[in-house]
Design a binder for this molecule. Sequence first.
Ligand code: FAD
Length: 278
Amino acid sequence: MANKGFSIEVFPPKKDEEFDHAYEVLEQLNELAPDFISVTYGAGGSRSKKTAELASFIQNQLKTEAIAHLICVGLKKEDLLQTVNELQVRNVKKILALRGDRPRDMTDEQFNARDFMYANEMIAFLHENTDMEIAAACYVEKHPESRSLAQDLDSLKLKQDAGASFLISQMFFDNNLFYDFMDQAKAKGITLPVHAGIMPITNAKQLGTTISLSGCSIPKALADLFAKYENSPEDMRKAGVDYAVKQMQDLKEHNVDIHLYSMNKPKMAAEIAEQLYK
Ligand code: FAD
């Protein structure tokens, strides 16, 4: 893998008719020459084939390393192996192995029926039974279900021990939290490379959805931007991009690899990459 220290995440569109556009989006994002592009897996698994299709396009048509996300909520061992098999047939060699969240329409019984309770168990199984390279998720401000960062890092260590070979972080908006996380992870014996997840916040709606669900904190500087540009969407967009660029420049100076949550917006990603690599 060429190492530019810059990778991108995309998601499969919800509607089939938007699919052709997704390929165009990928072509444009690929012009930024990322080290890899990862494709999310829809909660509940309803769009899982779409993850494989997009990952295949990235790997085989665009000739860029693809990472397919895969979750174990709602899936049995056999389903996981079948999905991995479909990916391998398409020459996709890397997965991001996740537990997944409980979809709103899933009962307790369905949620608890999975073969693996936690991602580390799934990683151990896939590591033992497939040739896939496996990445795992980490949380700079701890996973919302964890009591403390220390407890969450114990879980993260289990993922390393199970065979994960690198980590991609949840988004965060204060780099000091990331550096502190890295120090604490190191103290726990976690030595895997971490790709820092950055999500540019370009509209107020993102605050209500993505960020609140993730449990990430909003620093005052970012909250002030929202307040200032509340009624001015174009200024909000620009300020959000600038904020992300500053965060990324600082990470780059600290030799941290960056994973951009592109939200399938190639224009925004290009603006960011241009400022970052000019
Ligand atoms: P786990 O590592 O299993 O952790 C879940 C919770 O359980 C944590 O609190 C952890 O500390 C605790 N825990 C873990 N192991 C143990 C153990 N052995 N014993 C006791 N407690 C334990 N979701 C999707 O549906 N599709 C996606 O494509 C997707 N992509 C993502 C990409 C990234 C980079 C990130 C950060 C998240 C992504 N998610 C995705 C969300 C993810 O599925 C949720 O955050 C989910 O709640 C946790 O997944 P995990 O793999 O980190 O779980």
